[in-house]
Design a protein around this ligand. Structure first.
Ligand SMILES: Nc1nc2c(ncn2[C@@H]2O[C@H](COP(=O)(O)OP(=O)(O)OP(=O)(O)O)[C@@H](O)[C@H]2O)c(=O)[nH]1
Ligand SMILES: [Zn+2]
Length: 197
């Protein structure tokens, strides 16, 4: 998980004051034993939740290497934890990221695909933007000739509040370049769903 340096991503004093205010707003006593350290804990947790705001996708994808592979590379079932920007509650699920390398056959490390998902998930987000940002970063920084990103998440803002429909899952996809071609896209989808359905 990409949480390195996360302790520094929020203004702790400000976050702690805000959490204390929230506790007062809901009618709690922020000084009672169990809550006394909560503002500090929440500030640290927010440092992790939003660590992606301070990580540059270009840097994550800066190292590539030559393996002369010109076919699709797909990493499936990358766990996603993000925060809905409307309600600041989590949405979570999986991302599948596939790409066709640049013409020069240079690829990025497999773990970097998961790190890339983290960069954009660990921000106030909507699922559509997360999906397109991951796709666009692979085109921009790796020179991918084609990209497919599929994200499938449950939004707690739809489960534990509001419409209260636990178990509903939202699926978003983004395709770029050669993956727009129906045959290539069909191959990607079969790899993506392979062994699952
Ligand atoms: N498109 C999209 N919508 C999202 C995402 N996360 C949450 N939402 C939706 O954002 C909308 C915000 O709607 P509002 O009417 O402004 O807020 P609300 O009154 O809290 O809405 P309800 O959730 O319907 O109670 C809701 O319909 C949420 O389901 C997301 O990732 N993508
Ligand atoms: Zn929400």
């Amino acid at each position: 998980m990409t949480t390195e340096g996360s302790a520094h991503v929020v203004d702790h004093a400000r976050a702690e004051a805000a959490v204390r205010e929230l506790l007062l707003a809901i009618g709690e006593d922020p000084d009672r034993d169990g809550l006394a350290e909560t503002p500090a804990r929440v500030a640290r947790a927010y440092g992790e939740f939003f660590a992606g705001l301070r990580i540059d996708a270009a840097e994550v994808l800066s190292k590539t290497f030559e393996i002369a592979h010109e076919e699709m590379i797909l990493v499936r079932d990358i766990e996603v934890y993000s925060m809905c920007e409307h309600h600041l509650v989590p949405f979570h699920g999986v991302a599948h990221v596939g790409y066709i390398p640049a013409k020069d056959g240079r690829v990025t490390g497999l773990s970097k695909l998961a790190r890339l998902v983290e960069v954009y998930a660990r921000r106030p987000q909507v699922q559509e933007r997360l999906t397109t940002q991951v796709a666009d970063a692979l085109v921009e920084h790796v020179g991918a000739q084609g990209v497919i990103v599929v994200v499938e998440c449950e939004h707690l803002c739809m489960s534990m509040r509001g419409i209260r429909k636990p178990g509903s899952r939202t699926i978003t996809s983004a395709v770029r370049g050669q993956l727009r071609d129906p045959a290539t896209r069909a191959e990607a989808m079969s790899l993506l769903l392979g062994g699952k359905r």
